[in-house]
Design a protein around this ligand. Structure first.
Ligand code: ATR
Length: 309
C-alpha cells in the first residue's frame, strides 16, 4: 500500500481532536492522522487533556476555532450528552456521546458539517451534533474479529460501567437471546438488566453467572481488570469455567493478550482483544466528519504500529 503523507500545515489547516482525562496514552491521533492523510485532507487530529469541569469550555473553544469535530473519551462521554446542541439517534439510544461534529447553518436553515465548507470559510451560527460510534463498533468487531453474530446467542458480560452498559444494550438490540451480567457492584448489573427488560423485552437479561454447567457463546470482558499486571482476574473461576464459553472478547487491547484472553485461549475459546472496537469507532467518526468512506486498512496499520510497535 502506498505511503500517505500529511498535507503541510498552513493557515487553512483544520482540526479535530480527542478530549479526555487522562489522555496521554490515546492512540487516536496516530490512527486518525493516518486516515486524514490518506484522504488527502488538510486537517490534523490532536489530543487534549481536559478535566470534566472544563469540558464545556473546551467544546466551546473548539467551536470558536472552527474545528471539524471532536472525540470524547473517559470520563466525558455521559457528560457530553447534556452539552451538545443536537443528539444523533445513536447518542440518544445509547446515552453517551463519543463523537461531536461541528455544523453550520446554510441558507434555507439546514445544518451542514463544517467539512463541507471551503477551507477559508468562517461560517457563523455553528452547532455541536453528538453521535455514538462505540456501540456499533462492538458488534462490528465481534462479527469481523470473532466471526460472531450476536443474534440468538447467549452472552456472559463482565462489567457494568460505561462501556459494559453500552455493550449490554447494543447486544440486546442485536437480538441476543440471553445475557448474564456480572459486576463487582451488583446493583449496577441489576439496573442494566432491568433497563434491558424494559427496552428489549425479548431478551432474557439476568444479573449473575449462568447456572452450573450451562454454556455460553461469548464471554466479554468490559471491566478495566487486565490493564495492570497486578489486577485480579475479571471473572470468578469457581463460578464460571472458561471452557464453557465458545468465544472470549476483551475490550482491553493493551496488553494484546490479557491474562483473561490467555486463560480463554487455553480453555479452547476463540479470542479477540478490543483493538477492533477502537479501530471501528474511530473509522466511523472519521466518516461522520468527512462524509467519505474511512480508509480502514490504513488506520488499522497506523493503530497497530502505534500500540504494538
Ligand atoms: P468504563 O467507562 O471503561 O466502562 P467504568 O465505568 O469506570 O469505566 O467501569 C469500570 C468497570 O470495571 C466496572 O464494571 C467496574 O466495576 P464497578 O462497577 O463495581 O466499579 C470494574 N472494575 C474496576 N475495578 C475493579 C476491581 N478492582 N474489581 C472488580 N471490578 C472492577
Amino acid at each position: 500500500m502506498a505511503e500517505s503523507h500529511a498535507k503541510p500545515l498552513d493557515a487553512v489547516t483544520r482540526f479535530c481532536a480527542v478530549l479526555g482525562h487522562p489522555i496521554k496514552h490515546s492512540a487516536s491521533p496516530a490512527m486518525q492522522n493516518a486516515g486524514i492523510a490518506r484522504l488527502g485532507l488538510n486537517w490534523r487530529y490532536l489530543a487534549f487533556d481536559v478535566p470534566p469541569a472544563e469540558l464545556r469550555e473546551a467544546i466551546a473553544g473548539a467551536r470558536a476555532l472552527r474545528f471539524i469535530g471532536l472525540n470524547l473519551t473517559v470520563p466525558h462521554k455521559l457528560l457530553a450528552v447534556d452539552l451538545v446542541d443536537a443528539l444523533d439517534e445513536s447518542a440518544r439510544t445509547w446515552g453517551a456521546v463519543n463523537t461531536i461534529r461541528f455544523e453550520a447553518r446554510v441558507a434555507g436553515g439546514d445544518w451542514q458539517p463544517l467539512a463541507t465548507f471551503p477551507p477559508d470559510a468562517v461560517p457563523t451560527d455553528v452547532r455541536t451534533h453528538g453521535f455514538n460510534t462505540d456501540a456499533d463498533a462492538i458488534v462490528r468487531s465481534l462479527r469481523e474479529d470473532l466471526s460472531l453474530d450476536p443474534r440468538g446467542r447467549t452472552v456472559l458480560l463482565l462489567g457494568a460501567g460505561g462501556a459494559g452498559r453500552v455493550a449490554a444494550l447494543r447486544l440486546a438490540q442485536e437480538g441476543v437471546s440471553r445475557l448474564f451480567l456480572v459486576n463487582r457492584t451488583v446493583s449496577k448489573a441489576e439496573e442494566i438488566a432491568a433497563e434491558i427488560s424494559r427496552r428489549f423485552p425479548g431478551v432474557a437479561a439476568l444479573s449473575g453467572y449462568p447456572p452450573a454447567g450451562a454454556s455460553v457463546d461469548l464471554v466479554l470482558n468490559a471491566t478495566s481488570l487486565g490493564l495492570r499486571v497486578d489486577d485480579p482476574p475479571p471473572w470468578d473461576g469457581a463460578a464460571f469455567d472458561l471452557g464453557r464459553a465458545a468465544a472470549a472478547y476483551d475490550m482491553i487491547y493493551r496488553p494484546a493478550v490479557t491474562p483473561f484472553l490467555a486463560a480463554a485461549a487455553a480453555a479452547g475459546c476463540r479470542t479477540s482483544n478490543g483493538f477492533g472496537m477502537l479501530l471501528y469507532q474511530g473509522a466511523r467518526a472519521l466518516e461522520i466528519w468527512t462524509g467519505q468512506t474511512a480508509p480502514v486498512e490504513v488506520m488499522r496499520e497506523a493503530l497497530r504500529h502505534h500500540i504494538y510497535g
